[in-house]
Design a protein around this ligand. Structure first.
Ligand code: NCD
Ligand code: ZN
Length: 367
């Protein structure tokens, strides 16, 4: 029984021990912003797939490896478990991407493991993305051959399509034909948010998988309008109806190796979130694993977190499951109202000022 993995010991505390998890979709930004956020992820997660939507975007292996070094320098300064963090890098796909860059990525043996497809204009810093997938077929062919993973932001950017339908329409118009055309290509439907997306992933061969965020497991679109407009719940793909949330949660706890953890933690300074036109992105890295634990525990399936957080993604990306352990403890703590981010412009985390029920203990970080 799954519940048997959750045991009560050390007084009355409930704990769940699991292999050090990985976050297969995270935004670190760069420079001071990266320094401010990367340690939140690196403390808990052994690896993270770092998204390339910087300005300018990370389009070459050389740029990805240089970015990786900056991340490593920042987390090593933190010491403890963070210093052992292993960033896995992605390249930003443009219509100008050179197939030879894929050969270079494959030669990095896991340092640069994936390429991210942003439909042009679909989300933050996606202006340089792809307008027409036919124009990147040569790159996709090379990826299929080299085993480099394609990560997809699965929304059409066609303004005529209702914002709540953009994922389902993308799956039908773009993703299904693409998977049929490149049967050997490993594809991840990033931050899946709909029952249609989940069904597609379930019906396709094992080459196709999906990440699910904690916020899409915990919230429906009602959260965006709870007593007024709530900019810190605005992300892309936007939160959907309750029935979609239920489909995501069922997929996440269902034990299929096709669904795994990708937080999509996406920091923006407060001034860019709370304005006339707020940016898309929820910052969750400060509490990613506790938020997932809350979602899994809400349906009595905490034990299923092990596969979802620590095993399935590693297997899909061709990495071993970590030998290290982290421990989720049922011990409530209060999320700070903000974190320092840019001078005079802090970062507002999800659940700012509220209490969370689960806390993560990591071997040697003094926690
Ligand atoms: C992300 C960001 O801010 O970079 N925003 C978001 O709402 N998820 C981009 C993305 O992953 O879509
Ligand atoms: Zn993202």
């Amino acid at each position: 029984m799954m519940e048997s993995m959750v045991r009560a010991d050390e007084g009355s505390e409930e704990t769940l021990e699991l292999p050090r998890p990985d976050d297969w979709h995270v935004h670190f930004r760069d420079g001071a912003e990266m320094e401010a956020v990367a340690h939140h992820t690196a403390r808990v997660f052994g690896r993270a797939l770092v998204m390339p939507n910087l300005r300018p975007p990370v389009t070459t292996v050389a740029a990805a490896l240089a970015y990786r070094e900056r991340i490593l320098a920042a987390v090593r300064r933190r010491g403890g478990a963070a210093a052992r963090f292993f960033p896995v890098m992605t390249l930003y796909l443009t219509e100008e991407s050179d197939p030879r860059e894929i050969d270079r990525a494959a030669a990095t043996e896991g340092l640069v493991r994936a390429v991210k497809l942003y439909p042009a204009g679909a989300t933050t810093n996606a202006e340089m993305g792809v307008q027409s997938v036919e124009r990147v077929f040569r790159v996709l062919e090379r990826m299929e051959k080299q085993g480099v993973v394609l990560c997809v932001h699965g929304e059409v950017s066609d303004r005529r399509v209702d914002v709540f339908d953009r994922e389902a329409v993308f799956v039908e118009r773009v993703l299904a034909p693409l998977v049929a055309r490149f049967p050997g290509l490993k594809v991840v439907l990033e931050h899946v948010t709909t029952a249609e997306g989940v069904a597609f992933v379930q019906e396709t061969p094992p080459t196709v998988a999906a990440t699910i965020t904690a916020h899409h497991l915990l919230y429906s679109r009602n959260a965006l309008f709870e007593g007024g407009v709530r900019p810190h719940f605005y992300c892309l793909p936007v939160l959907k109806r309750e029935r979609h949330r239920e489909a995501l949660l069922a997929a996440a706890v269902g034990g299929s190796g096709k669904f795994f953890l990708g937080s999509d933690s996406a920091p923006h300074p407060r001034s860019r979130k709370e304005g006339e036109c707020g940016c898309a992105g929820c910052f969750t890295a400060h509490a990613a694993l506790p938020l997932y634990a809350e979602a899994f525990a809400s349906v009595g399936a905490l034990g299923a977190l092990r596969g979802f957080a620590s095993e399935f993604g590693a297997r899909f990306y061709g990495f071993p499951v970590s030998e290290e352990r982290v421990r989720l403890v049922r011990r409530s703590w209060e999320v700070p109202v903000s974190y320092d981010y840019l001078p005079g412009d802090p970062l507002i985390p999800l659940r700012a000022g509220e209490r969370l029920e689960w806390f993560v203990e990591v071997g040697d970080d003094g926690a």
